[in-house]
Write a protein that binds this ligand. Structure first.
Ligand code: NAD
Ligand code: UDP
Ligand code: UDP
Length: 317
């Protein structure tokens, strides 16, 4: 007999997944972390291994799996361009076949299921800030398409399983998130700038640095995901989860240089193809339906992330 809730987290050893495992274990739930370790590492969840309510399964979500669970958080998918463009066909399979398998599992077990979607479904948006009504501006055949279109198709599957099979679904559109356990080499801007600043290397700004992003601290993001999962069954999303405070890449670089006291210089490199000019969530819906909004200021979150990378860089060979 199972008194505790059993929760499956796919991609549970990744950046967001590992924080989610911790958060849900703290609620008293049983947590099953499923991961193929493509971008996730054991290091992220090492401290959880051995806890009685924690279980780790090495598995690829593109293959079926039979488990008995009450809730699924489907996070499995490489998230940074360097990783998802490494094997783009596998990226699409992970989003699409992964969603089908997890939805099939939710259908059989009657579990509630949450999809980690992304602001990338809006592509290079022509509406600012983006609200959930906007359908997006996505290139279907570009370098980012395996990720963007894979995630869009996963959303389609979620809503069709709801319409066709009455599944209890939740779709979160996650905006740029940062914090401890980001990968040091995955090419994302916050980790790149911090690692470069700590090593005294040049800070690489792509383009003129006037493009903007809005960064959410990981703890706030996880709180948003859990709040969405715990809403009434009528709340399905899609719902934007992110921090609406935006900065330019130039401002971000100078904040990180100042906070690390680094002697690094800024250099400009070419802007990658299809790089969105600006991106910022409209979180009116999240405020209304989840009573959620981010609490962590950029400076505070960056300070904690710098502390994480300082320690990590000392430990790395
Ligand atoms: P991450 O790369 O750290 O985590 C993804 C995890 O999924 C890794 O542990 C990886 O090994 C695992 N994985 C990949 N393919 C798999 C497969 N086929 N089977 C099983 N496991 C697999 O990335 P993250 O930043 O933690 O992102 C988690 C989720 O949130 C992703 O779905 C991502 O698309 C979404 N997201 C993240 C952000 C962000 O800013 N971090 C923004 C938008 C959306
Ligand atoms: N599936 C799974 N675990 C389960 C149930 C289903 O991995 O507990 C997978 C299975 O591979 C199936 C997919 O989910 O192909 C979709 O399931 P669904 O019931 O929707 O479709 P069907 O089984 O009819 O193809
Ligand atoms: N970027 C940059 N220097 C870097 C890495 C990224 O200027 O070393 C820029 C990138 O071109 C983009 C922004 O920072 O305009 C955010 O990039 P990231 O890959 O973190 O996220 P995404 O493009 O998915 O929002």
């Amino acid at each position: 007999m199972h008194l505790q809730k059993r929760i499956l987290i796919t991609g549970g050893s990744g950046f967001l997944g590992s924080h989610l495992c911790e958060r849900l274990l703290a609620t008293g739930a049983e947590v099953i972390c499923l991961d193929n370790f493509f971008t996730g590492t054991r290091r992220n969840i090492e401290h959880l291994i051995g806890q009685t309510r924690f279980e780790l399964i090495r598995h690829d979500v593109t293959f079926p799996i039979y488990l008995e669970i009450d809730e699924i958080y489907n996070l499995a998918c490489p998230a940074s361009p360097v990783h998802y463009q490494h094997d783009p066909v596998q990226t699409t399979k992970t989003s699409v076949h992964g969603a089908i398998n997890m939805l099939g599992l939710a259908k059989r077990t009657k579990a509630k299921i949450l999809q980690a979607s992304t602001s990338e479904v809006y592509g290079d948006p022509s509406v600012h800030p983006q609200n959930e009504e906007y359908w997006g501006n996505v290139n279907p055949i570009g370098m980012r398409s395996c990720y963007d279109e894979g995630k869009r198709c996963a959303e389609t599957l979620f809503f069709d399983y709801r319409r066709q099979h009455k599944l209890r679904i939740k779709v979160a559109r996650i905006f740029n998130t940062y914090g401890p356990r980001m990968h040091p080499n995955d090419g994302r801007v916050v980790s790149n700038f911090i690692v470069q600043a700590l090593r005294g290397e040049d800070i690489t700004i792509y383009g003129d640095g006037s493009q903007t992003r809005a960064f959410c601290y990981v703890d706030d993001l996880i709180h948003g995901l859990v709040s969405l999962m715990n809403t009434d069954d009528r709340v399905t999303g899609p719902i934007n989860i992110g921090n609406p405070a935006d900065v330019s890449m130039l401002e971000l670089a100078s904040t990180i240089i100042n906070m690390t006291g680094s002697s690094s210089k800024i250099v400009h490199l070419p802007l990658p193809a299809d790089d969105p000019r600006q991106r910022r969530p409209d979180i009116t819906k999240a405020k209304l339906e989840l009573a959620w909004e981010p609490k962590t200021q950029l400076g505070e979150g960056i300070a904690r992330t710098i502390a994480y990378f300082e320690k990590l860089l000392k430990e790395l060979p």
